[in-house]
Design a protein around this ligand. Structure first.
Ligand code: C5P
Length: 400
């Protein structure tokens, strides 16, 4: 892993996890980063500017309207200096301010003034994390392309148990570092994951049982293999793997639009999403009423997202999934050819304890000239093996 010569602006806000900030700074500098720290007023109640100055080797920035600090390195200069803005810990209050573009202190002003890649590591009480307002702010930040790191689950300083702990400093450093000599170093990988939901009326939809676990496991493995990862995700109950960017969508059409936009800068496109095959021909404006004994709805076919991306000229290396209940090999190979894919991973959904919603799976991978069996295992392990195959075949294709 490396952060060699990266300029990292570390924003520390006022939560108990701020006591870990000096350790985080040490770990960032150990990877070769230049670190400057910005403390909010309440953060300085938890951690002293002096210790952060000592470990970072730079003066700590605290106030927006400070003539001396502005003379040394003005806030716009500081915003331009940064390659990465990392806010750890980020309180619920700071997340709210960032989501709404408030700029009433140095850190929130820098956030608006910088073009650096932004990472946020939230830390707060589990109930504050669950609060609808925090979840809305989270979704605003994620859809603006900001990468969230955690939070983790477990015991909290206040005695509660739940989600809201700051990721450990080492995990934060790993998530933002560029892995060295990794199979997918620097590659842009886009992954569709989870189900889509197709509305019937303002309150109802059709969907499927996809949990998104396989796609998220691949996203995490791709990130660890050095890729820049974007997950285009249908509605799932999973946290975004550290260091991955996530774009939330609901319907197949939204997923297609985001996939087309992301495909312009993508090396490898992996479609794990269980896209609904059909959507209602017309979505009723009002709630459908229970009147007759039978209800007939007309459905129309959804676009095939993966086939659309595979048909692009100079498009990415494409990997599809085939969940089959019979003739697994024949159906998978048919999809490989019909959708013009580079690779397809097939699984037999009739095998007990595997596939949908499970943590385990077994895959058989096919490409034009061969195949490989990836035996039953944790989705995280399968994801690694699959990505190794992808990396090899991607390189073969590039070298012609
Ligand atoms: O045709 P089938 O749905 O079985 O194909 C499965 C593969 O195609 C998966 O990789 C899935 O993510 C992708 N797919 C898609 N858009 C659709 C249907 C399937 O991207 N509308």
């Amino acid at each position: 892993m490396s952060l060699a010569n990266k300029n990292i602006l570390l924003g520390v806000t006022g939560g108990i996890a701020a006591y870990k900030a000096p350790d985080l700074v040490r770990k960032l500098t150990a990877e070769g980063a230049n670190v400057r720290v910005v403390l909010t007023d309440s953060a300085s109640e938890f951690v002293s500017p002096m210790s952060l100055q000592a470990v970072s080797g730079n003066p700590v920035h605290q106030h927006l309207l400070d003539a001396d600090a502005e003379a040394a390195m003005g806030h716009i200069e500081l915003a331009k200096w940064a390659d990465i803005l990392l806010i750890a810990p980020a309180t619920a209050n700071t997340m709210a301010k960032l989501a709404h573009g408030l700029a009433d202190d140095l850190l929130t002003t820098l956030f608006l003034a910088t073009t650096a890649t932004v990472y946020i590591a939230p830390a707060m009480n589990q109930q504050m994390w669950k609060a609808p307002a925090t979840q809305r702010n989270l979704s605003v930040l994620e859809t603006s392309g900001i990468t969230m790191l955690g939070p983790d689950s477990g015991e909290q300083a206040c005695g509660d148990v739940g989600t809201g702990r700051m990721l450990e400093p080492l995990d934060i450093v790993r998530a933002i570092s560029v892995p060295r000599n990794q199979e997918l170093a620097g590659m842009n990988v886009v992954i569709t994951a989870g189900p889509t939901r197709e509305p019937l009326d303002p309150v109802r939809y059709i969907s499927n049982h996809s949990s998104g676990k396989m796609g998220y496991a691949i996203a995490q493995a791709a990130r660890l293999a050095g890729a820049n990862v974007t997950i285009i995700s249908g509605p799932v109950a999973l946290t975004t793997p550290p260091g991955c960017q996530r774009i939330d969508v609901i319907t197949a059409e939204e997923m297609l639009n985001k996939a087309k936009a992301e495909a312009t800068n993508c090396d490898i496109f992996i479609a794990t999403a269980a896209v609904a095959d059909y959507r209602a021909a017309e979505v009723a404006d009002n709630k459908l009423k229970k009147s007759s004994d039978e209800l007939t709805l007309t459905f129309v076919k959804n676009p095939d997202i993966l086939a659309t991306i595979a048909a692009l000229e100079d498009g990415p290396f494409t990997v599809g999934f085939a969940a089959e209940s019979q003739n697994v090999e024949a159906y998978a190979k048919d999809k490989l050819i019909r959708k013009k894919l580079d690779m397809i991973a097939a699984n037999d959904i009739t095998r007990e304890g595997l596939g949908f919603n499970s943590d385990d799976n077994a895959l058989h991978v096919y490409w034009q000239t061969g195949d490989a069996e990836l035996p039953t295992g944790k989705k995280s392990e399968l994801a690694k093996s699959l990505l190794s195959l992808v990396a090899t075949h991607y390189k073969n294709k590039k070298s012609g």
